[in-house]
Design a protein around this ligand. Structure first.
Ligand code: ACO
Length: 418
């Protein structure tokens, strides 16, 4: 056990000595939020045409009525993530150049590498930001909030974008009724900022149980089962799930993670104003948050009926909807709680501090300036690509600088003279 506290240095004898300086008050506040889903909607009735299922079965077992799916091949995890991030930056009125770190949580990344977060960084023109992907499945967005808080409280970042983005429709087997009825596509993002206003992300609780790795898995395409003709033909690149095992695990950890994070934040369950749980299945939310914790339904956000399980995007999408519906107010204590493949679980307790009523009131000039920023980012990206091409085709000097044709022409006679 550590014998350090936040204002002291621990000694082996257990005494705590006060540091000669005071830590500045620093908090990690959510100051911007945004979400997006593809236009294409697939209803349960549409699914009845594809697999042996029924609207009644899907509604009664999951609560899902419809889901949005990225039907346009140009719509990808990165494009959805970029749009959600732009919306979050617009709400906060913060330019992309101020972002220090971009964390993109996803289980359906653009590629194994590079990270989807890097593509988002480029599309935003966030040229001062580090960027990485976070793989914790549906718990990933809440893991990301915890990482953002850590970076901010350590003084390493002023602004961190946390994004959850998925196009799981591209990795589900549309002939497998056990999985294809459950998932949907979408993205959500928040901007977390350093602040001296007390509150914000107050506590987090992260967990993992890798003994359950097989319960929800895409077996093919990694180092354990590299892609081959065989893995493609036997469907190893699709999501496989033991639904019952995941269900049992989820109902247990959703309740315990909520309890633990509330306690860590110095609150009681009664102090919680709103729970935003991962939207996988209405019955999981009912039997964990509602029944086990006895939190009344009006304090719990449920929108799984409209989007299905958008994995790591489900919590930020639900947050944006709760804000739009006027369910989030300054000084509210909000709990985000999720579970997913890994198996993983995560919860964060947030004291909401920013007003939400100024959203969407950007002037014409502000909107035009923002658009211009993103066009400039696209131009900068093209210029960098062009320069990379130039470096490839031109000869370089010993220090790696390109030698332009006219420089070479100037050098040639000198070479001949020798
Ligand atoms: N339509 C009709 N019948 C179906 C369908 C379907 N879409 N899917 C399964 N069935 C059948 C099964 O084959 C089974 O038939 P059988 O009894 O003849 O074998 C029957 O329905 C009952 O199946 P159960 O598995 O008992 O159904 P259950 O009530 O457990 O519900 C479900 C299944 C919805 C998958 C549930 O177990 C669940 O939600 N589990 C959690 C899944 C989850 O949340 N996954 C995401 C995790 S987050 C992440 O990291 C991505």
């Amino acid at each position: 056990m550590s014998n350090m506290d936040t204002n002291g240095v621990g000694h082996e004898n257990g005494e705590v000595e006060a540091l000669p300086f005071a830590f500045p008050s620093r908090f990690a506040q959510i100051v911007g939020w945004g979400s997006v889903v593809p236009d294409k909607v697939i209803t349960n009735h549409d699914l009845e045409q594809i697999v042996d299922t029924s609207d009644e079965w899907i509604r009664s077992r999951t609560g899902i009525e419809e889901r949005h799916v990225a039907a346009d091949p140009k719509e990808t995890t990165a494009t959805l993530a970029t749009e959600a991030a732009r919306r979050a930056l617009a709400v906060a009125n913060v330019p992309p150049s101020k972002v220090d770190l971009i964390i993109c949580s996803t289980s359906s990344p653009e590629y194994i590498f590079p990270a989807t977060a890097c593509l988002v960084q480029d599309a935003l023109g966030a040229h001062n930001a580090g960027a990485f992907d976070l793989s914790a499945a549906c718990s990933g967005f809440v893991y990301g909030l915890s990482m953002a808080r850590g970076h901010i409280l350590a003084g390493d970042a002023e602004y961190v974008l946390v994004i959850g983005s998925e196009t799981l429709s591209r990795v589900v087997d549309w002939t497998d009724r056990n999985t294809c009825v459950l998932f949907g596509d979408g993205a959500g993002a928040v901007l977390v900022a350093a602040s001296n206003v007390p509150g914000g992300i107050m506590a987090s609780e992260l967990g993992s149980d890798g003994s359950g790795a097989d319960a929800l898995i895409i077996p093919g395409g990694g180092s354990a089962m590299p892609a081959s003709l065989e893995t493609v033909s036997n469907g190893s690149h699709y999501a496989k799930m033991d639904g019952k095992a995941v269900f049992r695990f989820a109902t247990r950890v959703m309740a315990s993670a909520t309890r633990d994070v509330v306690e860590k934040a110095g609150l009681t369950i009664d102090d919680v104003d709103l729970v935003i749980p991962h939207q996988a299945n209405k019955r999981i939310i009912q039997s964990s948050v509602l029944r086990q914790l006895k939190i009344p339904e009006e304090k719990v956000v449920i929108n799984v009926q409209k989007y299905g399980n958008t994995s790591t995007a489900s919590i930020p999408i639900a947050l944006c909807e709760a804000i739009e519906e006027g369910r989030v107010k300054p000084n509210d204590n909000i709990v985000f709680v999720g579970f997913g493949a890994g198996l993983t679980w995560a919860a964060c307790a947030v004291r909401w501090s920013v007003p939400v009523d100024t959203v969407g009131k950007a002037s014409w000039w502000t909107s035009t300036r923002r658009q211009a920023t993103y066009q400039a980012a696209a131009a900068r990206s093209m210029w960098k690509r062009a320069m990379r091409w130039v470096y490839e085709v031109l000869p370089t000097d010993p220090e790696g600088r390109p030698i332009w044709p006219e420089e070479e022409a100037e050098k040639e006679p000198a070479a001949e003279e020798q």
